[in-house]
Structure formats: C-alpha cells, structure tokens
Design a protein around this ligand. Structure first.
Ligand SMILES: *Cc1c(COP(=O)(O)O)cnc(C)c1O
Length: 386
C-alpha cells in the first residue's frame, strides 16, 4: 500500500541527527557477540570491552585535543553540563559561591544554575546584544573573587551564533575562575581544541554529530590547572570515581566512529550544507520576506533562524507536517513560552513566536531544500493573506 503523505524533509539537525550507517555498523557487534562489561577485568569478554572503550576514549580525546585521562563518559550533554556545573560548584564552594553564564545558554545550563541558586549559589546571567553576541567588558565587570566558574556555550543551538569562547576563557583565567564550554553544537562541525580554547571543562554529545543518543563526554582538565569535581552519581567508582555506572559500550564505540566520520567529512559537510543554507535563506528572506535572527557573520554553517512577521511558527508547522523544523518557542509545555534565546536578543514575544529554526544536515539534498523552501514560502504567503 502506498503512503498518501509525501516524504518528510528533516530540517531539525540541531535537535538530533540520524545515526550514520557506518556508525551503526560499528556499534552492532557490541550489543550481542561482544557484550562484555568494561569493568569486568577477570575475563576476556570484559577485557575486550574495556580495551575497545579505552581505544575510543583515546580517539575522542584526540578529537578535542585532550588526553585520555581527561575524558569522562556520560549519558549526553545534559548530564555532562550537570556534572560540570554542580560538580565544580560543590568542589569549589569553599573558594566562592558565584557562577557567571549567559541568558542564551541551553536550558541544561540555565536550569542547572537555577537549581544551584536554591542552595545558596549566586548566579549572574549576562545579556547578549541584538546579534546574540556577548559583551566581554560586562563579563569583566561581573567577575568577583568569589567567581568559581564561568560557563559559555560554543555555538548557540537556536541561532547558530558562535560565541567568543576563547576570549571569555582568557578573562576567566586572568581572574582565577574555571571556564566551562558547552560545545554540543560545535562538535563535528568546528574543529575543537581544549587547549587552544582554554577550556577547563567541555562537553559534547554523540547524537548531535550522527552518533547514538544517550552517549556523551565531559572533558575535565588534568593539569594547569587540575580540575576537581564532586560526582553526581556514586557507585562502583567508574571513570575515576567521577561518574559511576556500567559504561554504554556500544554508545561509546558509536561516538568514536561518529567522530571519525565527522573528521573525514569536515570539508564536504561544511561546503555542501552551507550552500544549502544559503539557498534556503535566499528563498525565505529575499525582499524582506523574512529576516535572519542572530549574527550572520559569526554563525555555524548549518543553522538559520528566521523571523516571518505576521505569522505564527506553530501555525506554519501545523500546515506543513511533512517538513520538520522547530519554532522559536519551547514546545515542551502545554503553553509554549517564547524562546528565551530570541527574547534575550531583544526580540519581542510576537517576533519570537514568528521565528523558525532550520538546521540542515548531511542527508539533506538540494532538491529537498528547494522543495521545502518553496512550500514554506507559499504557506507563509497564504497565512499572511488569510
Ligand atoms: C542538545 C544540546 C544539549 C543537550 O544534549 P543531550 O545530549 O541531548 O542531553 C545541551 N546543549 C546544547 C547546546 C545542545 O544543543
């Protein structure tokens, strides 16, 4: 029987990516024949798993310019963010109780900081300008001797804006605080080097780079300075006691393979996907049809966030179920709030509700993007005149 609906076009790669075929194939044996627990050192099955995990650890460390001993495997970036911020807050609370971050961070960071505020920590949420970029003199002014941690994402998930991480890290270090960056949207697209960036803590997640869901890492600097974290999860003392729990061996193998594929495709992905984004933006922004939110200059190549005055993103989505993208609001609740990222950039609630995020990826073809662009344009024209 033939499906009536036309084929879906997926333009939401910042939410998650499909698992690359090569990644899936690399993972499969580790579910069945090679099922060992990497913590079981008394037999071959366990040792084989441990060896594979250490191999992946070393590869992923290299991927971000770190050493193996600085990589902690987690269930993904939400957990890594919690471990970085809560773990540092707890370990350094004798030194101070102040944390600085930005209003446009991912909810994983904002909600974690919010939780710490309930237990006596003081958090400064710095603003951004209309382009979504920070003003680093405001960071300098906000730092106090009690500032233990500064947290700035590398690439914003809603707008694709690339933040000034290296400069912020320098300011952090000049004032004796640690620097954490959520690099989830950068990994696989931008080359990451923890030393070049000056990151003391950094997280990435496999499922945002064509790997499996449920696996990520936290990088924890071992020297200059050696960073201490109190664990969130206690148990068998895995991962140097920082994160107990049986390791997700297939996930870890998949994350390594995903990194390999990204390295191989850095150039192809960026040149192809940026062309597709340009094409989509031409269709949707020409003659003031829509306008781009966020810095056009400092932006990752796959993301575009466009405001279409006079329409609601939610209505556009309802009319175009076959095209998958996300709106400028958190749809997780019954009454969606306008995007905290866009409102922090100075958009009105109305403008935020009229904004749409498209995030392109490896599987998108020119034909698909052209088809999506023209359907979206027609639908918006109809919504505006209805
Ligand atoms: C997706 C995302 C996260 C959360 O990562 P998970 O691995 O899904 O928990 C955190 N920060 C940013 C910027 C993200 O895009």
């Amino acid at each position: 029987m033939k499906m009536i609906s036309s084929e879906r076009i997926y333009l939401d790669h910042n939410a998650t990516t499909p698992v690359d075929r090569e990644v899936l194939e690399a993972m499969l044996p580790w579910f069945s024949e090679k099922f060992g627990n990497a913590a079981s050192r008394t037999h071959l099955s366990g040792r084989l798993a441990a060896e594979a995990v250490e191999n992946s650890r070393s590869y992923i460390a290299d991927f971000i310019g770190a050493s193996s001993s600085e990589i902690v495997f987690t269930s993904g970036s939400t957990e890594s963010v919690n471990l970085a911020i809560k773990g540092a807050a707890s370990a350094y609370c004798k030194k101070g109780n102040h944390i600085i971050t930005w209003q446009t961070e991912h909810k994983a960071v904002l909600d974690t900081c919010g939780r710490l505020e309930l237990s006596g920590f003081d958090v400064t949420y710095l603003p951004v300008n209309r382009e979504g970029l920070p003003d680093l003199t405001e960071l300098e002014n906000a730092i106090t001797p009690k500032t233990i941690l500064i947290s700035m994402m590398m690439v914003n998930n809603e707008t694709g804006v690339i933040m000034t991480v290296k400069e912020a890290a320098e300011i952090a270090h000049a004032n004796g605080s640690l620097f954490f960056t959520d690099a989830t949207q950068a990994a696989g697209k931008l080359r990451i080097d923890v030393n070049e960036l000056g990151a003391d803590l950094l997280c990435i997640s496999a499922h945002k780079m064509y790997g499996p869901k449920g696996t990520g890492i936290l990088y924890v600097r071992r020297k200059n300075p050696r960073v201490h974290l109190d664990p969130l999860i206690d148990g068998g003392g895995h991962e140097n006691g920082i994160r107990s729990g049986t390791l997700n061996v297939p996930g870890i193998i998949g994350m390594q393979k995903a990194a390999e594929v990204c390295i191989r495709r850095y150039w192809d992905d960026s040149s192809m996907i940026s062309k597709l984004r340009t094409l989509l933006e031409q269709i949707l922004t020409d003659d003031g049809f829509g306008y781009i939110n966020g810095s056009v200059r400092n932006r990752i190549y796959n993301t575009t966030n466009i405001c279409f005055p006079g329409i609601r993103a939610s209505e556009l989505m309802t009319r175009l179920p076959e095209i998958e993208f996300s709106s400028g609001s958190a749809c997780s609740s019954a009454l969606p709030a306008p995007s905290h990222v866009l409102t922090a950039m100075g958009l009105t609630e109305e403008q935020a509700y009229s904004s749409v995020r498209f995030s392109l990826g490896r599987m998108n073809s020119m034909e698909a993007v052209l088809e999506a662009g023209s359907k979206i344009k027609t639908t918006i024209e109809n919504l505006r005149t209805s």
